[in-house]
Design a protein around this ligand. Structure first.
Ligand code: FBP
Length: 550
């Protein structure tokens, strides 16, 4: 056993709170709601999921105490790390044992790969106890393999049958839960007795809807980033000499940037969804930032904090077009491109092959970014957008623009930028009380769903802005969250990704204050996550959730 910190030791003893439905363990009374449909494209979704479509929503109330026949269950973690994953597994384990102490839980190793290849461990009291309330996914590991082909489903079936597994729990984001639903459908349609339940995970916060209040990990990750942003804000306000450009994780949606802005009140926070809706160009963005820098300089403040969402670049219409052209161009002309030795020649070659508009955008980018756009490709030949250093790109372009304004005599300040990227710092933090409780409850809910014989459901725990004694547990048919989208040239049933809604309460709150936050120094310093102490300090929910549920 590794040496553990004093906090880890104290946290190990923390008993997460559960909704009242689990007064008698995972033995619950199941209340069935009405038949359900889906968010869009019901005709097609009902065909893709003829066996599972239309299932009712399930809500739990405390059941009679007693036992069920022992269950043998497999669990996988899928995708990027998110604080609280271990608590989902601990809640599932405890929930299953409450149904029957002889129940068994296998953890498939390294994500979907473990299920496909048949690599797993039997989880024991000792293993579970060592990971209660800890961050990370290291108990069983995770992976990004997509469980989506019939071949995968069959090999998963083979390994489950070898181990006597009759139920699977897939802990993942929108894609992983889409695939959990496809797996549930395949097994049900073909009379294979394996039930599948999903759990909503991702720090990005983009797996949520009317029935799933939030994905786990978002709360803790945003608190970690907000602590760091607050510290930087205080440093900026102390030294008064730097502008800090901070990129925040969130592959696509800007929920993390928005939540951190609400928690820390920076001078600038870009929300990608707004950039797309307003069809803003890169020049517009740079101009907006430069205006704020100049306005603060006029007031004698040559410092500031700007938040930039990781996915921004793909939401700027002209950058999206440029990236698509680069992907095509580099696939078609790979041989010529690779035969060029010199980077300048490569950039020249690219520029000469792009359309006039794209070539103009490309030439406006700092050279470092041009190189990143051409060289950092994923195994499918696409630009790895998350590796593009947008924080450096914007800082550099703003510097150039401010020099122009200075030459024109419009700007008289000093501009010196520091850049940061916060992402991995928050993904494996010890879960906040909210995430510790929410995740444990999700795991327990998954156990209750399996006990009730459900398949194709996502575990749902609601009313979480209230104390846990008022939380409502149950199951939501995953098909309910689906629509049809075009992916890699094909129509596919997928869970609709939740982007930031510009008419939603969190964005409106931000928009109502940002002009003031831009020119004043109104920073808030949230400080580190507190696990022990007064409830108003330890048990807060995110501003996003609070505003959405008000
Ligand atoms: P999930 O959606 O799988 O939870 O992952 C989210 C995320 O943390 C994004 O915010 C980020 O862009 C990405 O993972 C990074 O992926 P990787 O861990 O492969 O570098």
């Amino acid at each position: 056993m590794n040496k553990i910190s004093a906090l880890q030791k104290a946290r190990a003893a923390y008993q997460p709170k559960l909704p009242p439905a689990f007064a008698n363990g995972a033995m619950v009374k199941v209340i069935e709601g009405a038949k359900t449909s889906c968010v869009a494209d019901a005709d097609k979704i009902s065909q893709y999921f003829s066996a599972t479509f239309g299932s009712p929503e399930l809500t739990f109330q405390p059941g009679q105490s007693g036992t069920l026949p022992a269950l043998t269950v497999g669990v996988i973690l899928s995708g990027g790390q998110a604080p609280g994953g271990h608590n989902v597994i601990a809640g599932l384990y405890d929930g299953l044992k409450s149904l029957n102490p002889a129940s068994k839980l296998y953890g498939f190793l390294k994500g979907p790969d473990g299920l496909i290849k048949g690599e797993q461990i039997l989880l024991t009291d000792e293993i579970i106890d060592a990971y209660r309330n800890t961050g990370g996914f290291d108990m069983i590991g995770s992976g990004r393999t997509k469980l989506e082909t019939e071949e995968h489903f069959k090999s998963a079936q083979k390994h489950c049958e070898e181990l006597g597994i009759k139920s699977l729990v897939i802990i993942g984001g929108d894609d992983s839960n889409t695939n959990a639903c496809l797996l549930a459908e395949y097994y049900k349609k073909n009379g294979i007795g394996i039930n599948v339940i999903g759990c909503p995970k991702t720090i990005d916060g983009d797996l949520k809807n009317d029935c799933i209040e939030t994905s786990f990990g978002f709360d803790t990750a945003c608190r970690v980033y907000s602590e760091l942003i607050g510290n930087i804000g205080r440093d900026a306000n102390s030294a008064k000499k730097y502008w800090h450009f901070i990129k925040l994780m969130g592959r696509s949606a800007s929920h993390i940037a928005l939540e951190c802005a609400l928690q820390t009140q920076p001078n600038i926070a870009i929300i990608s969804e707004e950039v797309a809706a307003r069809k803003m160009t890169l020049k517009d963005l740079v101009e907006n930032i430069a205006e704020v820098v100049a306005a603060r300089a006029d007031r004698g403040m040559n410092f500031g904090v700007a938040l930039i969402p990781e996915g921004l670049i793909e939401f700027i219409p002209e950058m999206k077009t440029l990236i698509a052209s680069l992907n095509d161009l580099l696939a078609q002309e790979a041989e010529t491109f690779n035969s060029l030795f010199d980077t300048s020649e490569k950039l020249q070659f690219i520029s000469s092959r792009l359309s006039q508009d794209s070539s103009f955008v490309f030439s406006s980018l700092p050279r470092e970014i041009q190189v990143q756009l051409c060289l950092d490709r994923d195994p499918h030949g696409n630009v790895q957008v998350s590796l593009i250093e947008t924080e450096k790109m914007l800082a550099e372009m703003v510097r150039v623009r401010l020099n122009e304004l200075k030459s024109a005599g419009v700007y008289k300040g000093k501009f010196s930028a520091q850049t940061h990227f916060f992402g991995y710092e928050g993904r494996c933090a010890a879960p906040s009380n909210y995430d510790a409780d929410y995740c444990y409850s999700l795991g327990y809910t998954a156990a209750a769903l399996l006990g009730a014989g459900a398949t194709g459901y996502m575990a749902s725990v609601r009313n979480t802005t209230k104390p846990a004694s008022e939380w409502v547990a149950g199951g939501i048919p995953i098909t309910m969250m689906m629509n049809v989208e075009r992916r890699h040239g094909q129509d596919k049933p997928v869970i609709q990704k939740a982007l930031v809604k510009l008419d939603g309460a969190p964005f409106r709150e931000f928009a109502a204050h940002r002009a003031e936050w831009a020119v004043e120094t109104s920073y808030v310093y949230p400080g580190p996550i507190q696990y022990f102490g007064p409830s108003e300090v330890c048990d807060q929910v995110t501003k996003t959730l609070m505003l959405e549920r008000e």
